[in-house]
Design a protein around this ligand. Sequence first.
Ligand SMILES: NC(=O)c1ccc[n+]([C@@H]2O[C@H](COP(=O)([O-])OP(=O)(O)OC[C@H]3O[C@@H](n4cnc5c(N)ncnc54)[C@H](O)[C@@H]3O)[C@@H](O)[C@H]2O)c1
Length: 328
Amino acid sequence: MKKVLITGAAGFLGSHLCDRFIKEGFHVVGMDNLITGDLKNIEHLFGLSQFEFYHHDVTKFVHVPGKLDYILHFASPASPIDYLKIPIQTLKVGALGTHNLLGLAMEKGSRILIASTSEIYGDPLVHPQTEDYYGNVNTIGPRGVYDEAKRFQESITMAYHRFHGLDTRIVRIFNTYGPRMRLNDGRVIPAFMGQALRGEDLTVFGDGSQTRSFCYVDDEVEGIYRLLMSDYTDPVNIGNPHEITIKQFAEEIIKLTGTDQKIIYKPLPQDDPMQRRPDISRAKEILGWEPVVGREEGMKRTFDYFKTLSKEELVKTEHRNFKDRNRK
Ligand SMILES: NC(=O)c1ccc[n+]([C@@H]2O[C@H](COP(=O)([O-])OP(=O)(O)OC[C@H]3O[C@@H](n4cnc5c(N)ncnc54)[C@H](O)[C@@H]3O)[C@@H](O)[C@H]2O)c1
């Protein structure tokens, strides 16, 4: 049985990846320090002999006994509301955490896939973004902690690939959504859905003309799986190229949820990108991949998930593990 280590396993994407690899017949080792994740996302796997879990911070030395065929490094805060609260941990997991996992991959002879992001393109001056675009990032802005951690992560991964011949893959993930996102993580989809469920008006930052493109989680996981199994070692964008303005999107959510809320406008946060859309030509050509779940269907599945949350969860504003935590 092939064995895979997934870091960030209790998070949104990590937990869906655990499900996918279990389904594919792998032995899955999940690792997470639960800083933004939740064991609830993987509790259905605990009874399986194919699954084991390590509660561990990957910025510390990482050891996993036995062989490891694959490593997927997904540990990292991913939403602005998280990484602005834990900026140093964000830099550390991108830098030290990645270094530790590359070392583990060297020791075990594993293939390693690194979760990078569209944020490495910053506020892009090229649209849509191809993998050849170098990006437009403010290194010293508040969001720089995430963008630069991920840029360093890509650089060190390529250095291990070129210098040590390590078998590496880099996925540049664009906004992904679906069940198990945290309602209070500040990203636009849970934010709008949470407001709709609480009966509040929907808050749009800026005039709502900024665009995003949202990829349903099953499509994202399929792209990641195909990239891992491919021979391709340069970065690949995996995201949905159907672009929408935030205002249009708010209107769609109001329609979907059948509520009569209004849209209210607040100032745009610093360095919030104005446009975001992946060019997925490379993924199509190399992986034969493109998204298949339409926004209407994906949003419906996501809203159905949020409807199952308790009243207490609907009003929670901060992840419990941010409290009383050493933020060094
Ligand atoms: N969701 C997206 O739209 C998106 C977009 C681009 C990139 N990504 C990348 O995908 C990965 C997962 O994102 P997500 O949306 O699932 O976020 P998430 O916050 O739901 O999951 C991240 C997980 O990593 C864990 N973690 C953080 N620091 C850790 C550490 N030092 N040691 C061990 N575990 C740690 C958290 O507890 C959490 O379970 C991240 O690397 C993120 O940068 C996500």
